[in-house]
Design a protein around this ligand. Structure first.
Ligand code: SAH
Ligand code: MG
Length: 210
């Protein structure tokens, strides 16, 4: 990854440790090589940290990253929850709004030509999505229901040979919430459609084999 972009990614606000971000970037490069002329797609961009790691991969590979988020925050980002950041609430609306920061992050990284933001609800966008993706990265809502929906609606769009990357997969419940593990990671492996390629922190990289 180009050092300047890495510096941008490290400085960006969000929830993606550098080792996991670099593993995600590598997965993006590999996926784009295996599945040419297909976009990378991310569910859950927040302030754009993971979008830089994946956007850098898309840029190097001559493809794009589609970055989907309604920018209103997940359940766990709302006031009173563990992952709430109060300055991200738009006082005029009384709701979270990470879109301005996301936009600034992507501008600062020089990735506006590569990262295409789709501002909307993940299941709504999935409802009209038809393009096969080289890589799908799922890091959206971490409740049981949103995670199950993202598994059901997005994993069919991973092209054969492409990659499914999942964030916040905790095998031990003591380490964190279990929905990404139970509702996405396990079903993906149990379906026989995906095989695990690598694990870095809570990031799992699976390849579509069938
Ligand atoms: N990948 C980010 C962190 C994502 S946090 C990083 O690198 O920092 C999870 C994000 O998922 C939040 O921004 C939230 O708004 C988004 N999200 C949750 N449920 C969603 C849904 N149903 N549709 C679209 N985005 C959703
Ligand atoms: Mg995450």
């Amino acid at each position: 990854m180009p050092p300047e972009l890495l510096a941008n990614a490290r400085a960006a606000r969000g929830f993606m440790p550098p080792e996991e971000g670099l593993a995600l970037h590598d997965a993006g490069c590999q996926a784009a090589e295996r599945v040419p002329r297909a976009p990378l797609l991310e569910v859950g961009s927040y302030c754009g940290k993971s979008s830089i790691y994946l956007g850098a991969a898309a840029q190097a590979s001559g493809t794009v990253l589609v970055a989907i988020d309604h920018h209103r925050g997940s359940e766990e980002n709302q006031p009173g929850w563990e992952w709430h950041e109060p300055d991200l609430v738009d006082p005029a609306v009384g709701r979270m709004d990470t879109l301005p920061i996301f936009r600034r992050t992507i501008f600062d990284a020089g990735l506006e030509g590569t990262v295409v933001a789709v501002v909307g609800d993940s299941p709504t966008v999935a409802g009209f999505w038809t393009t096969p993706c080289a890589l799908v990265f799922i890091d959206g809502g971490h409740g049981e229901e949103p995670a199950a929906e993202d598994y059901r609606l997005w994993t069919p769009h991973v092209a054969p040979g492409g990659i499914l990357a999942i964030h916040d997969v905790f095998i031990d419940p003591a380490d964190g919430g279990r929905a990404p593990y139970e509702q996405i990671y396990r079903p993906a492996l149990d379906s026989g459609r995906f095989r695990e390629e690598s694990a870095t922190g809570s990031l799992r990289v699976l390849r579509r084999v069938a």
